[in-house]
Structure formats: C-alpha cells, structure tokens
Design a protein around this ligand. Structure first.
Ligand code: HEC
Length: 146
C-alpha cells in the first residue's frame, strides 16, 4: 500500500477544492435559482384622445311640438335648438332679464348665430311667458309653508 505523505494530502485536498469550486461555478451545487422576471413594461402612454364632442350638449331629436304652444314657439325652437334640445330650456324658469342674459350667454359663450332684434324680442317674450321663475326645491310643494 502506498504511503500517504503530506504531498499527497495537499494535492488531493487542492484537487477536491478545485473540483468543488468548479462544480459550484457551474451551478451544480445550488438548487434552482429564482428566475429573474423583468418588471412589467409600463403601459404605453396612449396619446390622450381628443374628443371633439367634449363639452358639447348631447344630440337630440326634439321637434317644435316639444315646446309648449304659444306665440313665438316656432322661432324659439328654430333659433334655440341648433345646439341642444328643448330640455335645457324647459329646465329653466327665469325672469325676462335672466332669459335675456341667457340669450347673451348663447351668443357670446356658445357662439350662437346673431338673431334679428325683433326675433330676439319674440323669443324672449315666449320664454318669459312659458318658463317663468318658479318655486324650486323640496319646499315647493309643502302646503304648510304656503
Ligand atoms: C350655438 C349653439 C347654441 C344655440 C343656438 C343655443 N344654445 Fe343654449 N346652450 C349651448 C351650449 C353649448 C350650452 C351648454 C350645454 C351644456 O352645458 O351641456 C347651452 C345651454 C343652455 C341652457 C342651460 C344653461 C344652464 O345654465 O344650465 C339654456 C337655458 C339655454 N342654453 C338656452 C338657450 C336658448 C333660450 C337659446 C335660443 C335663444 C339657445 N340656448 C341657443 C349652445 C347653444
């Protein structure tokens, strides 16, 4: 039997260490490593879609008959429903002064086509007569407050 001397021990040990390091490097000695999942790519920034109808009142299918009968109904309908239905108008109850301001608002802010003075007067008469100020709110029908 060969004598095991210090040289052999050193050579065998170094070889063993070398092999262990090599195996370790090769990944043989480690369990499965967690796989790297790159973070989800940020959602692509879709350019803000510009809605050309934003801020525009909804379309409507109203007819003259949707306004209460009265003097100036036709001219009011045809002047005032180019952009919105009659619901917006009927929802209001205003004094003549306030209808007048509303008229200005339509002309200035909403770029309503100019209206002849006599037509404007007729429309204001109609609006004031049909949609005067009314009591609003939850107390409007309370008989105890009458
Ligand atoms: C050129 C377009 C245009 C015409 C014509 C027009 N309006 Fe308007 N009107 C608008 C727009 C736009 C709004 C805002 C709608 C909204 O907020 O959805 C509006 C809103 C209104 C409102 C609601 C205001 C409020 O404070 O809630 C009333 C009442 C109204 N209009 C009355 C009239 C009357 C009366 C006429 C006719 C004399 C008229 N409009 C004609 C564009 C128009």
């Amino acid at each position: 039997m060969t004598q095991l001397n210090i040289t052999h021990v050193v050579v065998i040990s170094l070889t063993a260490v070398f092999l262990l390091v090599a195996l370790d490097r090769a990944g043989e000695l480690r369990g499965p490593q967690p796989t790297y999942t790159p973070p989800a790519a940020p959602a692509p920034v879709v350019a803000a879609v510009v809605d050309p109808d934003k801020g525009k009142p909804p379309p409507h299918n109203d007819t003259v008959a949707d306004l209460p009968d009265g003097n100036g109904r036709e001219v009011t309908f045809y002047t005032c429903t180019a952009c919105h239905g009659v619901a917006l108008i009927k929802a209001q109850g205003l004094t003549r002064d306030l209808w007048d301001s509303t008229f200005d608002l339509m002309l200035e802010r909403h770029k309503m086509a100019p209206v002849k003075p006599e037509e404007r007067a007729e429309i204001l008469d109609y609006l004031t007569e049909q949609f005067p100020p009314r009591r609003r709110g939850r107390n409007a029908d309370n008989p105890f407050l009458k």
